[in-house]
Design a protein around this ligand. Structure first.
Ligand SMILES: Nc1nc2ncc(COP(=O)(O)OP(=O)(O)O)nc2c(=O)[nH]1
Length: 296
């Protein structure tokens, strides 16, 4: 397998002091709490999709999360595309309400669309979380760069409608790695500095069970990109398949196990539904290992 050298123009990202992402230092594992304001998200659709329930859940998540990830469009396989105006209506007011309620935690907007990101950033978001790695909407990179926002670039093979139809890779780890190299270059070219880029292998986005497990076993490879690594495995189907939990909402223990395994490979940001449970597990894991988790 040909070696992957770290591109010279990124070496600085490795030698510079580990950057803060959306104001969060990367010196300890961080939790990204998921706030889906959708009627159809795969595990919690319809639970937090009204302004009052979204605000209440966002405040509860903020207790145990370092950053809140707000999404107005489900990306589950076969999900319907949400019109831009509706996705804005679902997300920007919730961000504004969280800020008005004094929730100061960094916020990311989980969207592929520039107009949705623009409204969210104007309402107080700090980061764009794009499952399409800035490749769906050509304007999103510029919106992110001009706002000085951080960005998460995630790998997906195909789009939500078709991505699980028999996905194939030559070598899933290296193919995902090479894709992310190309997307980081695109983000740098759009004026987003390396210090504001996070990468994510995209568990469940065009991957079979075997592909997901190969990515989880090889997560440490992605540190070679020189950017913080984010993992979003929480409650996903492979956890149900292996753990025997058909209902997504019953996959908390398996999700925590995967989060701890990822932390063991140095993953810096864990995107989770069950923030309080994951935080508790992280504290015990660190204590048993004699590691200092650091304080909020
Ligand atoms: N960076 C990143 N973002 C993501 N956004 C959504 C989902 C899907 O999970 P969820 O938001 O719970 O479901 P839905 O897309 O149905 O709302 N997974 C990821 C992920 O793995 N990484």
């Amino acid at each position: 397998v040909p070696a992957r050298a770290i591109p010279e123009d990124w070496r600085l990202a490795l030698t510079a002091p580990r950057p803060a992402i959306a104001g969060l230092t990367m010196d300890r594992p961080r939790l990204m709490g998921i706030l889906n304001v959708t009627p159809d998200s795969f595990s919690d659709g319809g639970q937090h999709d009204r302004p009052e329930t979204a605000l209440a859940h966002g405040r509860a998540l903020a207790e145990h999360s370092d950053i809140l990830d707000i999404g107005g469009e489900s990306t589950r396989p076969g999900a319907a595309d949400v019109p831009v105006a509706e996705e804005i209506e679902r997300t920007a007011p919730v961000i504004a309400a969280l800020r008005a309620a004094g929730v100061a935690r960094p916020v990311s907007i989980d969207t592929r669309k520039a107009a949705v990101a623009e409204a969210a950033l104007a309402a107080g978001a700090d980061m764009v979380n794009d499952v399409a790695a800035l490749s769906f909407d050509p304007d999103l990179a510029g919106v992110t760069a001009r706002a000085g926002a951080a960005v998460c670039l995630m790998h997906a093979k195909g789009d939500p409608a078709t991505m699980q139809d028999d996905p194939h890779y030559d070598h899933v780890l290296l193919d995902v790695y090479d894709f992310l190299v190309e997307r980081v270059r695109a983000a740098l070219a759009a004026g987003i500095p390396a210090s504001r880029i996070v990468i994510d292998p995209g568990i469940g986005f065009g991957k079979t069970l075997a592909h997901n497990l190969a990515l989880l076993r090889g997560l440490s490879l992605f540190h070679g990109l020189g950017c913080p690594v984010l993992l979003g495995a929480s409650r996903k189907r492979f956890i149900g398949t292996i753990g025997g939990a058909e209902l997504a909402a019953a996959r908390g223990p398996g999700s925590v196990a995967v989060a701890l395994a990822a932390i063991g490979q140095g993953v810096q940001i864990l995107r989770v539904h069950d923030a309080a449970e994951t935080r508790q597990a992280m504290r015990l894991d660190a204590a048993v290992k004699g590691m200092e988790l650091g304080h909020e």
